[in-house]
Design a binder for this molecule. Sequence first.
Ligand code: MV4
Length: 532
Amino acid sequence: MKTRPRPTRKPNGAKRSAPRARVRPISRVLIANRGEIALRVLRACREMGISPVVVYSEADRDSLPVRLADAALCIGPAPVRSSYLDVDAILRAAHEARADAVHPGYGFLSENPGFAQACEDASLTFIGPPPGAMRLAGDKVEARRLMERRGVPVIPGLLERASDVAAIAAFGRTNGYPIILKAAAGGGGKGMRVVRAEADLEAALRAARSEAKASFGDDGIYAEKFMDNVRHVEVQILADAYGHAVHLGERECSVQRRHQKLVEEAPSVALRPADRERIGEMALEVVRACGYRNAGTIEFLLDAQGRPYFMEVNARIQVEHPVTEMVTGVDLVRAQIEIARGDELGPRQDRLQSRGWAIECRVLAEDSANGFRPSPGRVAALRLPAGPGIRVDTALQPGDEISLHYDALIAKLIAWGPDRMQAIARMRRALDEFLIAGIRTTLPFDRALMADTDFVAGRLDIGFLDRALPRLSAAFREVGPEAEVAAIAAAVRATEEILRPVPQENGVGLSPWVTAGRRAQMETRALRRTQA
Ligand code: MV4
């Protein structure tokens, strides 16, 4: 991305202002996160000649970001409340490290306007949107009302918080069921309830309110018509401090399980070029409406006819950002840092082009063959895929302990190809190279998914995974490198068993080789008996 100011340019017809006023050089970034995203940010810093420093919990002392950073400061014990969510500890670390900026990554404090404000109050550049835009993005009802006024299509529903059950019942009678209750302060499915009949409304509202209160400290609820057979499509945007904004196309994120995305791709098979331009323009309207700056994502639902409806704004860099990077060639984390320090946006909309297809498989430390239950433990062996069109974002090292204190995401495997089929072929090839031993992962699930007829045909919607899981699990039978390693481990165990000395009556152990020979003889005889 070019950072040189181009004084004659007026993208988007925005008014120009003196760039100098907003320039804030960054020489040292404190990375307030862990795992693969901490490493991703660290790498961007290195490439920009910026000194990366990380904070870490006691559990992450030996992690790769800690090893690669210029400085690393321990901020507390493993639980996130007393480390990665501890605002004061992080600000103290930033001060101690003499950082001049903070990158929050995703999750943790990344969408906390109070944290963004606290950074700015401490003269630290927050690498993310301004607190005001973040606050607006956090209030779904406020955002819906604003978009409605700006002519962006929103899902039919209430434009204010429901004061009582009667307000929602009235909406349900006029528009019909099913409806969906959502938390005004929500996002990510918390405090959400689908209601199929008025008889279920009161209980659902009570449940949604208490969940919203517990998750967000805000029990505000509103209602929308529930949309069926929809895709979850989101648009990546970048906006600088001078009123310039660009969109970088969409990501298809319909492959989800319990609001956890498992596979994302760019572009979406559901959009034709003209739709892409329209949804991109809508996303930019959202950006202008809320005074957004930095990298962000505008989420849409796409109905069966391909019509987009605004859903919400994600005010952070997202887990799935690499698929957009692979098809556009834009380094989004670098762009975040450039925007935060007051550079003008490099890429112009008319120069941005999407090339080929990119798919990301999230690799989780979860046992996909057993209901995706958590699979903590030590990574005994690791073999990362590589080769043409393959990118692996991970901080994993052999010997790392996967702890239950943190998110289960341990790696992201991204495959690029000139078209969707070639991206899938590369993904399959890379998944077969990928080996993580010692813990269960979702690699077997990813392999099965890449062979699934509906996935390969691009027949996706948000209900896809629930429908596909039964047939996918049949294909989970451990194939691939895990089976290989399991066989070797079993052979090693068997050998150790054989080589264990057997105490003799006189108390002197025979040589293990002798014992093994005798055992083998006995076992051979036993085998012959059963075969006879
Ligand atoms: C919806 C919807 C259908 N209709 N709203 C999910 C998370 C949050 N960002 C909004 N979400 C949805 N909102 C209306 N009016 C479908 C989803 C949705 C979803 C719902 C149930 C189960 C899985 C889902 C996956 C993606 C989106």
